[in-house]
Every structure is written in structure tokens, then in C-alpha cells.
Design a protein around this ligand. Structure first.
Ligand code: BES
Ligand code: MN
Ligand code: ZN
Length: 496
């Protein structure tokens, strides 16, 4: 979809549909809506009077212009109470309106700026949120459907009407890059495990590197062995697919230092291994590489936005499958930093590959590290699928991530890292074991990871990569979380 800027009068827009707004509590159409109302002979004010239009958030009312406007359709989009409007509500509302119009076979849409200047929202931020919301909300994953795209309907164009074409275009460009990055992660996560193998993930990273002039290294099994990555090697032992360790670097300033290391869990399919999972939701585990996808996607956006900061992504990628050569409960392995791990459950595999990736990131001297992993079911039990869990050894760093998450509208919540939890991962036979007891599973997993970051400021994100239904700018399937949070964070870090 193309997102364009236009100045002038939306009433003469040559698109198939126009979107105008109504706020809850407003007695009659205001601003552009008042002008359109007049052209439609008072149709909108009639509806507001009758309370058929209330202006509730995401309320959609479709009117036909009956030849009174160039556009055949007019959507009056509710934005809720003015004093409660946020950029995240703008994202959701434009997404709902665009999806609705796609269902009506509309191809080209024009819209006013949603919430321009309302509740102190800056015009640029409102426009960026619109570009993000539209691109995220219209996302589809139809790669494996043989039915042609036209049968589903497709919005080809969204034109945003406002003042100052250049400024609108800039805000659109930023929003579009960030949303496309999230959609890039969604694509990777939605790909089935037979396509998104560790080798394929490495190829995708190579393509990114080529397109955006990033530096890339892909370590194969021999190199992984040579580096002493016993966790990644151990988890990969049950699979026919060779493991990969991907290092993708963006250089935004003159220095060889890595300002930020991004570590992402890249389990391209998690069966649980010998500690095999029940079959019911096992298919969801094709998305167990959502952390890896998020980190590659973050670099995809950063490489285009070009902030003055050096960022490197570290991605350990493998399948977790049972076989005669697979890791067994009771096995002891040795991570890259030399720590020995007793593997009591082969389904707690994410922390094993992250142990090596974190050790490696620390060894490169990365000044701060963020990891993202679909690490524990326990985190979902604690917070639901909506909010991602965060953990840290450095409060100041986490506070910045939370600020970035709030800006992105991606709900985040901090969980504790009290040292009392460490006793649950003490092993009788090795330095540490890979599971705790029944309780606080997300926290014991985070305490496990902490063993591999040393003193480097670090934030761990435990999340789910998917959602069950279309809502606002999220669509059923992969969410692309926490890409927008991470991009915001990187941009904010580079500003200083
Ligand atoms: N990838 C899973 C965690 C997961 C499950 C994420 C469902 C999203 C949805 C992880 O590898 C896992 O299996 N964790 C186990 C750990 C346990 C064995 C200590 C879990 O959470 O059950
Ligand atoms: Mn697992
Ligand atoms: Zn897993």
C-alpha cells in the first residue's frame, strides 16, 4: 500500500472513500466533518442528533455521497472523548477503518489527520501513528494461499490530508518504515517451520545485510562448536537441520564499539525435544523464533532510519526436536562462558541457546544488551498475551525500555529479579540447572539468563509473538511485538 500526503480540500478527493472524524461528546460535526456535512445536506448532523453517531472510539458509520462528493463513500470514524485520545488509539482506529473499507472493496482512501492537535498530540506523531496503524492493520499473510489477492480486496492507497506536504511526508515515511519492520517480523513468525528453518533465517538475514549495507556473519555448526557454544549445539542435536548463529551489525557512528547488543531466541520449531510437549498447541511453536525475528526486524528499521548508534543483533537459531541423538533430561552441557548446565527438561531450551548468545554478546564488549524471547508459558500465565514481561539488572536501562514501549503502545510490565529465586536453579551436579520448581517460572528463567550477562546492563523481554483475533492494528497471528518498542528505544538512545 502506498501512503501519500496531500494538502487542500478532502471534499474534492478523487479516492473511493474519505475518512472524517467525530468525537464522543461533540454535539455536531466539527471542522472538516462540518464542511462535509453541509455538502451532504446535513446527513451527518442528522445522525449525530439521532444518536446514531456517538463518536465512541472505533465507531464506524458509512455514508454514501450520492454524487455530492467525488468520493462515493464517507466513513465517519469515532475517536472517543477528546481528553482521552492517545496516539495508540489513533493507530487502532485508522486500522479498524481501513480493514472495514477493504471489506467493502474500496481501493483508494483519503483521510483527515486523526486527532490533530487534540489532547496535546503533535501533528507529526498523529500522522506517524496513522501510517503505522494502516500498514499494521492491513497486514495479511497469504503467501501459501493459491487464491489471487484481488479476491480478498486490497487497499492500494491511503492519502492523508493536512497542511505542509513535506512534514506530512516525513512523518508518513517514519511510520511506514517502523510498521514495515513489525510486518517483516510478523512474516517471519507466521512462516511455517518447514520454510523458516535456521538456514532460511540466516539467508533472510543475509538478504537484509545486502539490501541495507549491514555487516553479517553466519556461524555454522563447526564454528559454533569451536566457540564452545554447548547450549546451541546441545539443543540442535535432535534435529536434521543444522544450527546457525547470526551476527548482524549496523554501524551508525565512527567507532568499533557496539553500543547495543540485541539477542533474540531463534527456535524455529519447539517440540519440547525428549521432554516433548502435548500435541494440542504444538503448532504454535513455529513462532518460537519471534525474539530472533524482532531483533532482525529492528535492524531492518534502524538501517533505514540511520540513527547515530552502533547496534548488533545476535541470533542463535535451531530446531528443538526429539531423536536418538537429542539432548536428554539429566545431560550436562557447558555454555560458551564455561558455566555447566544440568538439563532437567529439554523443553526449557530457549535459555540454553540464549546462555551462549548472551555470553557471546558480552564477549564482543556490547555496552548494553537487550534480549527478547518467547521463553516461558509462565510469563503468559502471569501477564496474559497482551503485556510482555521485562526483567533487568539495571533499572535505568529498563526505565528507558518502558518509556519506549509506552510510546509504541506495546504494553510492558516489570517482574522482580530477587536473588531468593536463584536457589531454585541450583543444581546438585552442575553449576546451574535449566528449570526451577512450579512457581515463578518466568522469574527463574530470567535468573538463569542473568548468569550469562556478567555486569553488562541488560534487559530481558519474555513475550508471546501472536494474538488470537483481529483487534485495532493487531491481526490474528504474529503481532510483531516488541519491534516498535525496540526501534523507539534505539532512536532515543542515538539522540543523546
Ligand atoms: N517456547 C516455550 C515457551 C512458550 C510456550 C512460549 C508457549 C509461548 C507460548 C519454551 O521453550 C518452553 O517450552 N518453556 C517451558 C519451560 C519449562 C519446561 C520450565 C514452559 O514454559 O513450559
Ligand atoms: Mn520449550
Ligand atoms: Zn521454546
Amino acid at each position: 500500500m502506498e501512503i501519500k500526503a496531500a494538502t487542500g480540500d478532502i471534499a474534492s478527493s478523487k479516492t473511493d472513500a474519505i475518512i472524517i472524524i467525530h468525537h464522543e461528546g461533540a454535539k455536531k460535526p466539527e471542522g472538516v466533518a462540518a464542511d462535509i456535512d453541509e455538502k451532504l445536506g446535513g446527513a451527518i448532523s442528522n445522525l449525530t442528533k439521532q444518536k446514531d453517531i456517538k463518536g465512541k472510539l472505533n465507531e464506524i458509520t458509512l455514508l454514501h455521497s450520492m454524487g455530492k462528493l467525488t468520493a462515493g463513500k464517507v466513513v465517519v470514524l469515532g475517536l472517543g472523548k477528546k481528553q482521552e485520545l492517545t496516539t495508540n488509539k489513533i493507530r487502532g482506529a485508522i486500522a479498524e477503518a481501513c480493514r472495514y473499507l477493504r471489506g467493502k472493496c474500496v481501493i483508494r482512501i483519503a483521510s483527515v489527520i486523526l486527532g490533530d492537535g487534540i489532547n496535546n498530540i503533535k501533528t507529526d506523531d498523529a500522522i506517524q501513528a496513522m501510517a503505522e496503524g494502516a500498514a499494521l492493520g492491513l497486514y495479511t499473510f497469504r503467501r501459501y494461499m493459491t487464491k489471487k489477492e484481488n479476491d480478498f480486496g486490497e487497499i492500494k492507497e491511503l492519502t492523508i490530508f493536512g497542511k505542509g506536504k513535506k512534514a506530512i511526508e516525513q512523518a508518513i515515511a517514519k511510520g511506514k518504515i517502523i510498521a514495515e519492520a513489525a510486518n517483516y517480523a510478523r512474516d517471519m513468525v507466521n512462516e511455517p517451520g518447514n520454510y523458516m528453518t535456521p538456514t532460511q533465517m540466516a539467508n533472510a538475514a543475509r538478504q537484509l545485510a545486502k539490501k541495507y549495507e549491514l555487516k553479517i556473519q553466519v556461524f555454522d555448526k563447526d564454528k559454533i562448536k569451536e566457540l564452545g557454544m554447548g547450549g546451541l549445539l546441545g539443543v540442535s542435536r535432535g534435529s536434521q537441520q543444522p544450527p546457525k548463529f547470526i551476527v548482524l551489525s549496523y554501524k551508525g557512528r565512527q567507532s568499533s564499539e557496539i553500543d547495543l547488543g540485541l539477542v533474540g531466541k531463534g527456535i524455529t520449531f519447539d517440540s519440547g525435544g525428549i521432554s516433548i510437549k502435548p500435541s494440542e498447541h504444538m503448532a504454535d511453536m513455529k513462532g518460537d523464533m519471534a525474539g530472533a525475528a524482532a531483533m532482525l526486524a529492528t535492524l531492518y528499521a534502524v538501517a533505514q532510519l540511520k540513527p547515530a548508534i552502533n547496534v548488533t543483533a545476535f541470533v542463535p537459531a535451531t530446531e528443538n526436536l526429539p531423536s536418538g541423538t537429542a539432548l536428554k533430561p539429566g545431560d550436562i552441557i557447558s555454555a560458551m562462558n564455561g558455566k555447566t548446565i544440568e538439563v532437567l527438561n529439554t523443553d526449557a531450551e530457549g535459555r540454553l541457546i540464549l546462555a551462549d548468545a548472551l555470553s557471546y554478546a558480552v564477549k564482543t564488549g556490547a555496552k548494553a544488551i537487550i534480549d527478547a524471547a518467547t521463553l516461558t508459558g509462565a510469563c503468559q500465565i502471569a501477564l496474559g498475551k497482551i503485556t510482555f514481561g521485562t526483567f533487568t539488572n539495571n533499572q535505568a536501562l529498563l526505565d528507558k525500555i518502558i518509556t519506549a514501549a509506552n510510546e509504541a503502545g506495546e504494553p510492558a510490565w516489570q517482574l522482580p529479579m530477587f536473588d531468593e529465586y536463584k536457589e531454585f536453579i541450583k543444581s546438585d551436579v552442575a553449576d546451574i540447572k535449566n528449570i526451577g520448581n512450579r512457581y515463578g517460572g518466568a522469574i527463574t528463567a530470567a535468573k538463569f539468563l542473568e548468569e550469562f550477562v556478567g555486569k553488562t546492563p541488560w534487559v530481558h523481554i519474555d513475550f508471546t509473538g501472536d494474538t488470537d483475533k483481529d483487534k485495532g492494528y493487531l491481526v490474528k497471528g504474529a503481532t510483531g511485538v516488541p519491534v516498535r518498542t525496540l526501534v523507539n528505544f534505539v532512536l532515543a538512545q542515538a539522540k543523546k
